[in-house]
Design a protein around this ligand. Sequence first.
Ligand code: KIV
Ligand code: ZN
Length: 515
Amino acid sequence: MSDDKLIIFDTTLRDGEQSPGASMTRDEKVRIARALERMRVDVIEAGFPIASEGDFEAVQAVASAVSDSTICGLARALDKDIDRAGEALKPAASSRIHTFIATSPIHMKMKLRMEPDQVIEQAVHAVRRARGFTDNVEFSPEDAGRSEIDFLCRVIEAVIDAGATTVNIPDTVGYNLPHQFGELIRILIERVPNSDKAVFSVHCHNDLGLAVGNSLSAVLNGARQVECTINGLGERAGNAALEEVVMTVQTRQDIFPCRTGLDTTQIVPCSRLVSGITGFAVQPNKAIVGVNAFAHESGIHQDGVLKSRETYEIMRAQDVGWSANRIVLGKHSGRNAFRTRMKDLDIEFESEEDLNKAFSRFKALADKKHEIFDEDLQSLVTESGLEAGNDWLKLVALKVCSETGEVPEATVSLWIDGDEQLSSAAGSGPVDASFKAIETLVNSHTELQLYSVNNITSGTDSQGEVTVRLQRDGHIVNGQGADTDIVIASAKAYVNALNKIIRREERAHPQLGDV
Ligand code: KIV
Ligand code: ZN
């Protein structure tokens, strides 16, 4: 068996963001991109620059912040898209343009209203134009999973001749079965005369729950790039989950003739980061990254694992980044210890002021919670990142009365544009009352789409991390807040989301156009 490299192409920031409600701000995207770089992901698809000004700026910011991974921008097979992607990718140390056009009979006839020959012509033109910006060009025949194989062979041969270095075969609607999709890849590689001049890639959607199976079957048949997302995020039912693809290839080296270059210990921290930012909780029994993925409940299993781990475990939890919760700092730790531990976690501060802000949050937390874990430290930065100096709204204080048989009431004090204001409201619970009290002052006309609470570490003294998703005029934002008091964490998350709406950092759900 050869020992080929399997290229991991992460599209959490592009296809992942196409999950309704998963939109991320530019800064959040940079944070995720840095985590992917730490994981040594080969290619990061940072966005779709033509989709909006926000997407353009996010791709540009990721291209400036990341140097070890190749940064990719998506473009339809249109000059304006390709030029915009080329422009956004200028700061990248290594860049790729990913251009696509649909090739299935239904897409060509009903969506594009184009003849097959016109599609080939446009694909070739797009690849040539993209080569004017970078020599790393990927082409995707969209809906390849439902395209005619002879036509696919013609398109692929033509785009490779035009300079495509990666040919990506998407199962756009998640229609294929593993044996069928593997066969498709094998036939394409065999039949396309110049197939040796490009890397074959796959991009599978999970509509039938087969995205990972289809991707792996393609790898066994010659694909050497897999497009995937953290936690399987993505359009509709999502994309192939990066963690499942990578760990299957690593765990079954007896079967797979290739390896990824990933640092798999970064998988769980990255999964948590993405889940915290998007507000998409990871189901407990999710493979690799679910909290129960390595938990043994039955006595027989526990007994077996204690005698020999391999009786019931095929991977080691620490290899994917599950660490036994380790107390790292406490109330008496100083600024230097704090800075050093943050550095170990790859968290750097842009200025002394940012460090001081995070350090005073740490002290406040250590007063309430004796044992501070890495996860707590990470949440501190999330919070200091969240509180921008120019925030229009700040939570000054919150008082909640909650008593059996009584209607809960909250009194909130907010800084609104530099002015302190106070308000009270009753609600069905303490969180509801707090949000209502905030709303009487802000009157935001937003709709609450999601409210979720997760504990950052275990134990009743753990911090609760709250995500709030708000919608206004088609714009969706997620706000986060963390505190040992979950009502305060909720109010912080609500205020954070309102600031994002007000600062207009929000962006519309990116929709692909009609080409
Ligand atoms: O699912 C799909 O076909 C895509 C393409 C843009 C590759 O996301
Ligand atoms: Zn897709």
